[in-house]
Design a protein around this ligand. Structure first.
Ligand code: NAD
Length: 359
């Protein structure tokens, strides 16, 4: 090596803080191709736009049952016709090397079918929350992905969001000592839409608990870092015309093995959005906890300072791509979706029995 070349290389290393990952590489980094299945509100409003900001994956394809959306999405995102599928010809995706990951963004009753079809087509899978209709379906999905040797993750975007990650750190590392109490609630006021799949038990599996309350359950689980052992719950319905099949509001209490008790609310009738923890030596809380942006949090020592509006979905999908590229496990695997479903089923059992139920 000439002295001049040595000086240049040393300069690069110094500038990189000896971080070899920013050394020039000959091979261009491969971006993994994602196909979104189901182009409803979440794909349209969040995932499509987020995939314009990702660095390790990109929007390569779509799967839709609505022909008009094929054209709209193809022109908006420059998607070639060969990467556009419908629910019937979806399995042909097996032969498409552009698609590495299938992202299932459908009503809950379709999650199992499309997760398993995707894995059997040789694709890694992200499946939206709630993972499936019940515990048994979650187990079948996990088994199918294992058998196909494909990674399965659930769309738990908040595990990539800094305020929520801070709640995990403070709670799990016991920065303020043992947690004694958690308060967690997520809900919004349902409008007048009577025809949504979210109101039908055989399409949604359940109501506000499966859709909104799951974030509060997650919050209690990742703040304590423990699995609840007992649950106690009751429900309340103020608009039985809308909520004849699924739950409107549920109040639940989760008992954790370390002694913490979480009081939770899920609702389609109240605007609620918080995750609060009280520990031996202080408290920490998010007063805007589960939204796509505008997060807010503080501790008994002062405010939390993070970017409240980072793109959660882009971070989530990039992390999954990195897990595949580097053969690492995902921090939001199917098993996590299964654990939430076990808690949800226990809450429904407690409402039925009127008693404390074991998870
Ligand atoms: P949506 O109703 O807006 O869209 C559902 C899509 O599924 C539509 O494109 C619809 O055409 C299609 N579809 C196919 N068959 C259908 C059928 N039989 N009935 C109804 N729709 C059918 O729903 P969404 O809000 O996009 O939710 C989809 C999934 O994403 C759900 O699992 C939901 O919980 C999840 N989600 C997650 C987040 C999050 O923050 N992680 C946010 C919103 C939704």
């Amino acid at each position: 090596m000439t002295r001049r070349r040595f000086v240049i290389n040393a300069g690069i290393l110094a500038a990189c803080g000896l971080n070899l990952s920013c050394m020039p590489v000959n091979k261009q980094k491969k971006k993994l191709g994602i196909a979104l299945v189901g182009l409803g509100g979440y794909s349209n409003g969040q995932l499509g736009p987020a995939l314009q900001q990702t660095t390790d994956c990109y929007l390569a394809g779509i799967v839709t049952g609505t022909p008009a959306k094929e054209k709209q999405w193809a022109s908006r995102y420059n998607i070639p016709e060969k990467n556009i599928y419908n629910y019937e010809n979806f399995d042909a995706i097996a032969k498409n090397p552009d698609i590495d990951i299938v992202y299932v963004v459908l009503p809950v009753f379709m999650h199992k079918e499309f997760t398993i079809r995707a894995a059997q087509a040789g694709k890694h899978v992200i499946c939206e929350k709630p993972m499936a209709m019940n515990v048994r379906e979650c187990e079948e999905m996990i088994t199918a992905c294992k058998q196909a040797d494909k990674l399965l993750s659930i769309g738990y975007r908040l595990h990539f969001e800094p305020f929520n990650m801070e709640m995990m750190r403070l709670g799990q590392q016991k920065i303020f000592g043992d947690i004694q109490q958690i308060e967690c609630a997520n809900g919004y006021t349902w409008g007048n839409n009577k025809s949504s799949w979210r109101l039908k038990k055989d399409l949604a599996g359940g109501g506000g608990l499966m859709d909104m309350g799951i974030y509060a359950i997650q919050g209690a689980r990742y703040t304590t870092g423990e699995e609840p052992v007992f649950v106690m719950a009751k429900q309340e319905t103020t608009r039985p015309d809308l909520f004849s099949e699924v739950d409107e509001t549920i109040y639940f209490e989760l008992t954790f093995p370390g002694g913490a008790v979480a009081k939770g609310i899920s609702s389609y009738n109240m605007n609620l959005n918080y995750l609060k923890a009280k520990a031996e030596n202080g408290w920490f809380q998010l007063t805007s906890a589960y939204r796509y942006g505008g997060m807010a949090g503080e501790t008994s020592n002062g405010p939390m300072n993070f970017d409240p509006n980072m793109n959660q979905q882009a971070a989530q999908m990039d992390d999954f791509a990195q897990c595949i590229l580097h053969k690492k496990p995902t921090r939001v695997p199917g098993e996590m979706g299964l654990l939430d479903m076990k808690v949800i089923e226990a809450i429904y059992r407690s409402i039925e029995s009127g008693k404390k139920e074991k998870v």
